[in-house]
Design a binder for this molecule. Structure first.
Ligand code: DAH
Length: 341
């Protein structure tokens, strides 16, 4: 029996010493020390020994067990260290390799000018509101004093959604005037940015989808002077203190009187050049005093209150602000173009 035990010890030691992985090591533990292991098998024969032999053999068996356990533990630690070492080597980071720069995104030029304009209006006490792009005909036209048969209603200009022409893609942000006046009592001071849609072919200055910024002020005693002061302030903030503004009579169904506002060309200062197509002036927006019929229709008494409104083309504002010559650049989202802003 003593020889058997010594044999187990010898075999276990060499086997454990040469083991390569922790799974293999575990298999060896089972093979030698497990319930059905080699050492256990020998110990089961202890009963056959004489009373004198038994403690001696017991001692030897214990020392063999301890030796095997010790060896297993030692090998386990070695394997762990080896695995860690290998992992560290394989995952080595070369801190001397130059880094890859992270490309940061930034705001689209349209968002930039819109944010800028909103900030200017908020500074004057305006509130920013938004409304639906899919709009009712009544808000887009009728309540804005635009009668049936008016050319702006033409199917060749407007995207109608329903067969009966009652629902459409708004052609302007002006319906927001009505939506606000129906819900709020004066004093009202809002701007409403958003997308608008018209059946226009795409070219350097047209797109079937573009953006407007609508403005509306209604209170007692509002006059054309307030309109002029507000819009002049906007233009000077956007394009510089020295910019010159011109108010030109125009017609819109929902304002009376109506005007268009031009800013003197910042390239040629009025002399006429390519940017302003020889005009010396660049058209910026439409505006006017809210038509009494529109006020009345929204439940606001036109004998007590008056107001002004305006609608600015946001693309135009951006094109002028950043000297962009083609509207398509704004929508194509070519990063080489966008990264310049
Ligand atoms: N909605 C007009 C357009 O799209 C622009 C406009 C003109 C808006 C006069 C107004 C206004 O609020 O008073 O051409």
């Amino acid at each position: 029996m003593k020889q058997q035990l010594e044999k187990i010890r010898m075999e276990a030691m060499t086997a454990i010493e040469t083991v390569k992985g922790s799974a293999e090591l575990d298999a060896l533990r089972v093979r030698f020390l497990g319930k059905k292991g080699e050492l256990t098998a020998v110990l089961k024969q202890m009963g056959k020994l004489s009373a004198e032999e038994r403690p001696i053999m017991g001692q030897i068996a214990n020392s063999v067990r301890e030796a095997i356990e010790g060896k297993l533990e030692q090998r386990k630690t070695e394997l762990k260290a080896k695995a860690l070492e290998e992992k560290l080597v394989s995952e080595t980071v070369d801190v001397t390799i130059p880094g890859v720069p992270v490309v940061l995104g930034h705001k689209h030029p349209m968002s930039k000018v819109l944010d800028e304009a909103k900030e200017i209006f908020v500074g004057m006490g305006f509130e920013v509101v938004e409304g639906p792009e899919v709009e009712l005909e009544s808000y887009n036209f009728t309540k804005l004093n635009t009668p049936y048969g008016h050319p702006a209603r033409d199917r060749s200009d407007t995207f109608y959604i329903t067969e009966d022409d009652k629902v459409l893609l708004r052609t302007q942000t002006s319906p927001m005037q009505v939506r606000v006046m129906e819900q709020k009592k004066p004093p009202i001071r809002i701007v409403a940015p958003g997308r608008v849609y018209r059946k226009d072919e795409v070219d350097a200055t047209h797109s079937p989808m573009f953006h407007q910024l609508e403005g509306l002020v209604v209170d007692e005693g509002i006059t054309m002077t307030d309109l002029k002061g507000t819009l002049e302030h906007l233009v000077k903030q956007l394009y510089g203190e020295d910019s010159v503004v011109r108010f030109r009579p125009h017609h819109f169904p929902f304002t009376e009187p109506s005007c268009e506002v031009d800013v003197q060309c910042f390239e040629c200062h009025g002399a006429g050049c390519r940017t302003c197509k020889g005009e010396g002036w660049i058209e910026l927006l439409g505006a006017g005093m809210v038509h009494p019929a529109v006020l009345q229709g929204c439940g606001i008494d036109p004998t007590q209150y008056s107001g002004f409104a305006f609608g600015i083309g946001v693309e135009r504002m951006a094109m002028r602000r950043y000297a962009i010559s083609d509207l398509r650049l704004i929508f194509e989202n070519d990063v080489r173009f966008l990264s310049q802003f």
